[in-house]
Design a protein. Structure first.
Lengths: 343, 343
DNA sequence: TGATTGAATGATAGCGCTCCCATTTGGGGT
DNA sequence: ACCCCAAATGGGAGCGCTATCATTCAATCA
């Protein structure tokens, strides 16, 4: 039985011999038990247990031209936003016979393209990518991929296959609208990294202010640098140097907003009276902070969860209920934009 | 050329035909180019380029009984601590022909054991696990794994194979020592999740206080719940209910510390005068915060980076310089424990 | 009753790559 | 001139599994 090159672990052949059936019956028992008679099924399972057999995923993938890998490509790991998404994905997977492999493209569509090609080579069960900003070739690869493809974090009418997300632009506009309604008039925008999604938030910001006749391009302070809390402090300082009369800021994300708040505290600028602050994503920190910080709640866990769920559904042969899912967002108004706060 | 079952993509055989060599030469050109003469090498590379050939990782893994997967098992994704570690790993990997697959065990050694078994089935190139608290069988599996194994986040004399980390206990003791030196006397401990590493920090805390004759078990407030900022607030409230005279807290991590700070701000407890606060991990937030928060800087990125580097070195056949690497830690003293602060 | 069907099982032949060993070739050493 | 050896290349087989088609056999129908 030892052929010399083998791994030493039991194979389908071993199980088949032990159970007195053919290898293919073992294979069937493991993958499509209902196509095997109960008696044989039991025999095979007993042999599997006796030998401690576990199938080799590589051999399986080679033979069936389909692996159990669900490829996930996200822009960054450092970003806590994506770790929530991933957590949702893992939870949705539960005990489904797939595994998630992910890669990060460092916010580069070119790296994303490489990663897509790499995944496709593995014949993935499904692919999940962030947003709509793939390269031409990247989109083409995804379109040709013989597997479900889910785009997440944004919505759009023309998904490659399926999409679950929300309108970044509408969310940006909603916060801005809230700041206007709260009585702020000289509203700035603080933005870091400026990836496509951030740009769409800015777009919403601009639209809302323009409509209200309050837009002032000079109050937009942005940087391509990755966002950090300290950067939030710096961006606010920058803005106040250029436009000292600014009375509120919409921050492209919560890190920046929190940094802005710290800066105000240190500079003894009363928040929310003299400076309103709103963030984006609604990290848990924003609610716990004192003062608590206004933000836009995004359903990150949910997006991850649904993305996997939709892919699994399609893999199971069920047609998806819908190909375009908008999970929405929720404005969380808190202390930092509540001008009529007592205290 | 179409055999019916094939994937349609070019294979080694196609490349070999195009280049006028045998399949094995193509294989060699791609994996060990120095074993092929320059002329043939060039021919093969030309054929590869012409056909757009890319090897099938599954077939490769099956034939060579060794995949290009480096398995990483960490307790949690939600935790920003681990995302730093992962970032370091990805960076260390750079263009090495391996890919990282990770899984999280939700802080459960049993789930960890399952994951280890799952990875080993894939014949990984290397395995990286967090800490030393595997199950008996988990350790056995790792020991028998025919690949480099790196334990991270902690140090220990008896690694399964290699280890890169730092002494959680010593770090816990060092912060506590600092609090004592800063003049605090009634020092509490706030801890969430209480995983093995946290327990060792607590151990260091206890040792330092005991030695100073200041230990009071009643000042340790812990919970198995996952740590959040709000939880930090609650834990501090709890502690102050039990021991209102507490004058400093060492928090098991930065989230808790930050929450404690917010609670103090809301309750108008002067920090650091009436309450010293120290965290653990030194997230970027701690430095940016106002007041800035004392913490223990841990080299998370570095640990991830080194873990991969050590594994790659071994995979390349080079003997590792050392099997046990202590990256240390660094106490960052800031406003929240600086009693003599002006302001 | 004989033809027909469908479910259950098996034999065979790969999937795409690499291991192992054999073969060829072109120098050194003596 | 001889042997020997190492480097370069190829032939053949097999990694562990599954797709495909063939076979068996009992149940069904006219």
């Amino acid at each position: 039985m030892k052929t010399g090159r083998g791994s030493g672990r039991p194979t389908v052949a071993d199980v088949a011999a032990q159970a007195g059936v053919s290898p293919i019956t073992v294979s069937r028992t493991l993958r499509t038990p209902d196509k095997v008679s109960p008696e044989l099924r039991e025999q095979v399972m007993a042999a599997v247990a006796a030998l401690g057999y576990a199938p080799d995923p590589n051999a399986r993938a080679l033979a069936s031209a389909r692996s159990d890998v669900i490829g996930v490509i996200i822009p960054s790991l450092t970003n806590s936003v994506f770790s929530d998404v991933l957590t949702g994905m893992y939870d949705a997977l539960a005990d489904a016979p797939y595994q998630i492999h992910f890669a990060n493209n460092h916010f580069s569509p070119f790296e994303e393209e490489r990663l897509i090609a790499g995944f496709i080579r593995q014949k993935p069960a499904a692919l999940i990518v962030a947003g709509f900003d793939q390269t031409e070739r990247g989109r083409a690869l995804l379109r040709q991929a013989a597997c479900p493809v889910v785009q997440i974090m944004e919505t759009g009418d023309d998904p490659i296959d399926m999409v679950v997300g929300f309108s970044q632009r509408a969310a940006g506009a909603a916060v801005t609208q809230h700041l206007i309604e709260a009585g702020y008039r000289r509203i700035g925008f603080l933005g870091a990294r400026m990836d496509p999604r951030t740009l769409r938030r800015l777009d919403g910001f601009r639209a809302a202010l323009t409509e209200a006749g309050l837009y002032d391009a000079g109050r937009c302070v942005t940087t391509p640098a990755p966002s950090t809390f300290s950067l939030g402090r710096m961006l606010l300082r920058d803005l106040l140097t250029r436009r000292p009369d600014t009375d509120a800021v919409f921050c492209n994300n919560d890190d920046i907003a929190m940094g802005a708040l710290f800066e105000c505290q240190q500079a003894a600028i009363p928040v929310p009276q003299h400076m309103g602050i709103a963030g984006f994503n609604d990290l848990e920190l924003m609610e716990a902070s004192y003062p608590s910080v206004t933000s836009v709640r995004t359903f990150r866990y949910r997006m991850g969860y649904l993305a996997i769920e939709m892919a699994l559904k399609e893999l199971a042969g069920m047609p998806p209920t819908q190909r375009i899912v908008d999970v929405g967002f929720e404005l969380k108004v808190r202390d930092t934009t509540n001008r009529y706060l007592t205290g």
